[in-house]
Structure formats: C-alpha cells, structure tokens
Write a new protein. Structure first.
Length: 210
C-alpha cells in the first residue's frame, strides 16, 4: 500500500506541474494577444487622425493659393515649390547619399548616419489631436520653383478628357478620346508623419490640387 501511495503522489505532482505550465502559457498567450490588439488599436487611431493633420496642411495651402506665394519655397513651414524627387520621408530609402531626409524629431536627422543623405529639411510645426502629434511636408509637383507656366518648368496637373469621336451617344474607349491638361493649378503632395500613444508612428500621403 505504501508503494502505491508513493506512485500516486508522483503522478499527481507531474499532473500539477503540467497544469501549472499550461496556465502560465495561457496567461502569456492572453497577454500577448491583448498587447497585439492594443497596438493595432493605437495604429488605427494615429492613422485616422493623420487625416486631420493633412486637412490642416490643405488649409495652409488654400490660404496661400492666390497670387505667387506658393511659387517659392517656405522651408521653415515644410513647403517646397518643387517635387523633391530624392525626398525620403521615412528614412528607409535606398537611393544613397543623394536623398533628402525630413527632420521630424528636430534633431538634425540624427536617425540617419551622417554622409548617408544630402540634406535634412524642416517639416511644419507640430499639430496635436488628442494624444497624437503630427507634422507635414508639402511639395508642389513641379520640376522647379517659380511660375508653373515659366520657361523650363513643368508641373503635374489634372487632365481633362476630350472626345473627338462619338457614335450612338457613346464615347468609344481609345477611339478619338484624348486627355489634355486642365487649366487648374498643379498637384501638391502632402506627407504626414503622426506619432501617437506608445510611440506608434504612421506615415500617410495625400495628393491634392486647387
């Protein structure tokens, strides 16, 4: 009888240890799942509020759209009158040391090694919505600064569809249909970096014209 009781105790201890390990694994799984769900929620929140930051950038452009104000850079407010084709807003590009970085953290682009970029530009002042803090960079999609119609300058503008051939009240795709530049202004590229709770970072891009 004593030997039987001893064996039963050993199996009971093994079962107890197994249950303890299973409970620990379950707790860790629940904690990890909660953390993942929480991070997704923060990411969605900071991305959604990026629209509000972009709207502030649109208001900034609209307030200066008349006249020639937007023909020149306003680097102190994150506006550039040319397209900046070598712009690397996230700092993860692979275009070498010719790239232009954005000083999102006001630390002279310390997130990149010196010599791996050509320039470090200043974004807008911070815009705060709840726990989220955003900044933007705006580039006018033109080859150079100055008047969009100036000599040597070319800007991306919306296109108008013009039909030169119709049949039976129907415009035939590819048959006599052409696209011509509209008389509207050039496109503007708005890049927003938004930082939310727990250091969550979101980058969004908006293309707009006036």
């Amino acid at each position: 009888m004593k030997k039987q009781h001893g064996v039963s105790l050993m199996f009971s201890l093994i079962a107890l240890i197994s249950l303890a390990f299973a409970a620990i694994a379950l707790v860790r799984t629940v904690d990890t799942g909660s953390l993942v769900v929480g991070n997704i929620g923060f990411k969605q929140d900071v991305t959604a509020s990026s629209d509000l930051v972009a709207n502030e950038a649109l208001n900034w452009i609209a307030a200066r759209n008349a006249g020639v104000t937007l023909y020149a850079d306003n680097a102190a407010n994150g506006y550039f009158a040319s397209s900046l084709d070598v712009l690397d807003p996230t700092g993860n590009g692979t275009i070498g040391n010719v790239r232009v970085l954005v000083d999102w953290n006001s630390d002279n682009c310390a997130y990149a090694t010196a010599g791996t970029f050509a320039n470090c530009i200043t974004p807008s002042a911070t815009v705060t919505f709840g726990p989220n803090v955003g900044r933007w960079v705006i580039t006018r999609l033109c080859t150079t600064a100055g008047s969009p119609s100036g000599a040597g300058n070319s800007c991306a503008v919306p296109l108008n569809k013009v039909s030169t051939e119709t049949g039976g009240g129907e415009v035939k795709y590819g048959g006599g249909v052409r696209f011509t530049p509209s008389s509207g202004g050039p496109y503007y590229r708005i890049i927003v970096r938004n930082v939310g709770a727990r250091g969550t970072v979101s980058y969004t891009e908006t293309i707009a014209y006036f």
